[in-house]
Design a protein. Sequence first.
Length: 401
Amino acid sequence: MTATWEQATLKDVCLPVMKADPIDLGRRTIRYIDIGGVDGVRHILSAVPEIDASGAPSRCRQIVHAGDTVFSTVRPYLEKIAHVDGSLDGEFASTGFCVLRPGPRLLPKYLYYFSISPSMLGQVLPYQKGVSYPAVLDKEVRATAIPVPPLDEQRRIVELLEDHLSRLDAADAGLASSMHLLDALKRSVLAELHDGEPVPLAELAWDSGYGTSEKCVTDGPGVPVVRIPNLADGVVDLTDEKCVADVNADVSSSMLAAGDLLIVRTNGSVDLIGRSAVVQDGIDAAFASYLIRYRFRKERVRPAWVQAMLSTPRVRRTIEPLAASSAGQHNLSLAKLDPLTVPVPPLEQQDTGLARLREVDGNAASLRSDIERAQSHCAGLRRSLLAAAFSGQLTAETTIA
């Protein structure tokens, strides 16, 4: 920090924020900034719906102005932080935010960039309290120390940051596009393989059923139980393992064997309904009631082939309408899945298609790893730039390579 910079707290340099019930102000509709509408990666408002003031939640009380920064005090490690632009002037934010309004000593964007910097987060996060619902207090956010250079210097810092960050944004957008292309390639290959006589799942299987509803806990004394989070990339991943809480519970009818196909039958997200995985060798576990298990006739079909066909765009378009929604949950059942048809070519053709899929998946995994490393590098550069900006080290000559 240079000699011309002062040190203050956010409480010293931010203005107070008015709270009111929108009904009391005569508002019929409002735009409402909720924590869920903030993108914690890009630090932007991703969704600010217009709602009826009469139906506004009790936490909808903070009146925001253009230039404010909203900083979520709930699970602050998620970095739900965003800048409020002119289109939201006079609208409302949740009391789950600390609304930071710059006073005359701060430029709005300078305050916003400081709020997403390691300089601020490093001061706020140690105050988190609570296990399942960690939070910080509004007064703890406002106690954060902030360097306050002259306004001309703040303007220079903002201009340099926006120049550098815009280039990182472009790089991130290119990397995200590459990820989408990889996904599109997989869908394209699956669509090409969608070939063969359509056969109902019930006709291909010699057994099917639902899993156990026994309570599962981390480090439980019973056997491991495969749950929805354990279905990853078409196989079972027991990294996040939970076990039956009652060691005497009988889950023998739900024990898995290599080659079993598990299908997600209940979830709040329709995208996850019908997601499937083939149980690989070495999995000694039962499966949960949110899943359906099929055991296929080996002389008719490879389990991996059915798993691949369930992922094709054509079959996905059939599955999603089958998942009736109830109280926000989408559900499949054996009665709905049994008649579902998948294309079943001869076993030799299945093996050839699966070999091609493995090759595509292997190449895609390597490319995905490279993209993720590049994304991590971009994130590191962002943190370094923001750290440099608020320690007086950011200059026009600073590079982001």
